[in-house]
Design a protein around this ligand. Structure first.
Ligand SMILES: Cc1cc2nc3c(=O)[nH]c(=O)nc-3n(C[C@H](O)[C@H](O)[C@H](O)COP(=O)(O)OP(=O)(O)OC[C@H]3O[C@@H](n4cnc5c(N)ncnc54)[C@H](O)[C@@H]3O)c2cc1C
Ligand SMILES: NC(=O)c1ccc[n+]([C@@H]2O[C@H](COP(=O)([O-])OP(=O)(O)OC[C@H]3O[C@@H](n4cnc5c(N)ncnc54)[C@H](O)[C@@H]3O)[C@@H](O)[C@H]2O)c1
Length: 449
């Protein structure tokens, strides 16, 4: 058996893994990377980026539809097939483009899952490979559902590359992926049901704004079933039947396709982590503040697969930077998880930054909550938007903004201004004294405060 040795071996070529690879090789280290799927990771191939492209026409449609009879004669027509072709002009380039960049830098590429043989040794493509440092950056995969008929379930990967939009779909799980896909599908004319085992959608988000988003989603034709336990899935001639129970009663729903949107788990099963003495838990690879595994010092983990991570692209990049610096210079940089804003790209978007009302009540003596559904404000009114809402949490003692929650067609953008304000510990008075462009959605911030 052939032996190879590297300074750094990285597993996973997503945002996190490829950043570590590029930075380490530029610092003069010998670097190899392995991916068992197409190079480039989730965000660029089958996550954030293609999702936003598929969503694009629905955003235009929604804006136009709102103004039908108010200056728009006939709304534009959506065409899934054309949009898929457009999407492919982005995604088709990603794997080869990622490989080319890494190869040109001198990184050795593997195309299989490595398995740990011991703390510093991996087996990959029939070779035994040793590395001074091994970086696990394998991201997450959909949580497998242990159900009879689970083999019929599709995932968000399948959704984003559907050849045509089917007549009906059911999503299991009312989280980010379920809600975003449901909104896209419903606007492309599909009949959508979401079945959730909890009592509400989008648990991390403000319950009042989520309730409003669910109400808007229902008007779009999306059907929600909460507090339901999925029993099994059957394949019929054209459809699938999802059997579930709710309040002790058996029910079923038929749909052409059924999607598992019940959350994501760390992609670690194939790695033989036990052999590498790498400790992990259900969130991911267990790491210390240097993002180094707590039982194997040769191993670092970054991105969605680390147990420190909020599974979002921007944090994966920040973690990768810390891992690269600690490998190159020795453990010097500790992770300080920054404020991570987050947005669900439904229409309207639901976005948040900082504390929820519940967290703020727990952590502060006195808070002020500014909360309203200001549909009659000019921006919402002029664009005839279906919903507009906000909840801003303020420290009553210092006047600093602690948390912001927005439901609006522009919320994913507006929330970044709140992120800036919270990071800079700005008071509401300071924000209100600034001038923003008018009439912009950002300017509404001042009225919110
Ligand atoms: C549908 C969808 C939409 C999303 N939308 C957003 C969004 O709008 N905004 C946002 O911030 N985040 C979004 N996310 C999350 C975002 O995609 C992730 O946070 C980000 O991609 C994580 O990057 P990463 O490098 O840690 O992992 P990944 O990008 O997942 O990369 C991990 C890589 O490791 C490889 N790998 C896995 N196992 C092995 C193995 N055993 N051997 C070799 N290679 C392996 C994988 O093939 C993959 O290429 C979305 C996710 C999904 C699924
Ligand atoms: N816009 C974005 O930034 C974006 C988009 C997509 C994904 N993501 C990232 O990916 C992560 C995963 O997203 P997700 O939507 O897959 O997970 P999620 O955790 O947001 O939602 C999963 C939902 O499925 C439900 N569920 C779990 N098991 C179930 C079962 N057996 N039956 C019915 N319902 C069940 C959960 O209660 C939950 O509501 C997110 O946490 C996020 O970090 C981000």
């Amino acid at each position: 058996m052939k032996y190879k040795s590297y300074d750094v071996f990285i597993i996973g070529s997503g945002v996190a893994g490829r950043y570590v690879a590029r930075t380490c090789i530029k610092a003069g280290l010998t670097v190899a990377i392995a991916d068992n799927r197409e190079y480039g990771g989730t965000c660029a191939n089958r996550g954030c980026d293609p999702k936003k492209i598929v969503m694009g026409p629905t955003e235009v449609f929604s804006l136009a539809d709102n103004l039908k009879g108010k200056g728009v004669a006939d709304g534009p027509e959506l065409n899934w097939t054309d949009n898929q072709k457009f999407k492919k002009t982005f995604t088709d380039k990603v794997p080869a483009g990622t490989e080319k960049i890494l190869k040109n830098l001198g990184v050795t590429l593997y195309h299989q899952s490595p398995k740990f043989l011991d703390e510093n040794t991996l087996s990959v493509e029939g070779k035994t490979v040793t590395a001074k440092k091994i970086v696990i950056a394998t991201g997450q995969i959909p949580r497998p559902l242990n159900l009879k008929g689970a083999q019929f379930l599709k995932t968000s990967d399948d959704f984003l590359k559907l050849k045509k939009m089917p007549k009906s779909m059911t999503f299991i799980g009312a989280g980010y992926v379920g809600l975003e896909c449901a909104h896209m599908a419903a606007r492309y004319g599909c009949e959508v049901t979401i079945i959730e085992h909890g009592d509400r959608a989008l648990k991390a988000f403000d319950p009042d704004l989520v309730e409003e988003l669910v109400a808007v989603s229902k008007k779009l034709g999306i059907r929600f079933v909460f507090n339901a336990e999925i029993k099994h899935i059957e394949k019929l001639r054209k459809n699938h039947r999802v059997n579930y129970s709710q309040d002790g009663q058996s029910h079923s729903v038929k749909a052409r396709l059924v999607f598992n949107t019940a959350g994501r788990i760390p992609a670690i099963k194939a790695l033989n982590l036990e052999k590498g003495e790498v400790v992990y838990n259900e969130i991911g690879v267990v790491v210390n503040a240097y993002l180094q595994n707590t039982t194997n010092e040769a191993v670092y983990a970054c991105g969605d697969v680390s147990d420190h991570s909020v599974p979002l692209t921007p944090l994966s990049g920040i973690e990768a930077k810390i891992v690269a610096e600690n490998i190159i210079h020795g453990n010097q940089k500790e992770i300080e998880v920054p404020l991570v804003p987050s947005a669900v790209f439904t229409i309207p978007n639901l976005a948040m930054a900082g504390l929820t009302e519940k967290e703020a009540k727990k952590n502060y003596d006195s808070i002020v909550v500014k909360h309203e559904f200001p549909e009659k404000w000019f921006n919402s009114n002029r664009s005839n938007e279906k919903a507009y809402g906000y909840k801003i949490i303020i420290n009553a003692d210092t006047d600093e903004i602690l948390g912001a929650h927005i439901l609006s067609v522009q919320a994913a953008e507006t929330i970044n201004l709140f992120t800036l304000a919270i990071n800079l510990k700005l008071t509401t008075e300071a924000v209100k004294n600034m001038i923003f462009t008018y009439p912009s959605w950002s300017n509404d911030i001042k009225s919110m405060l």
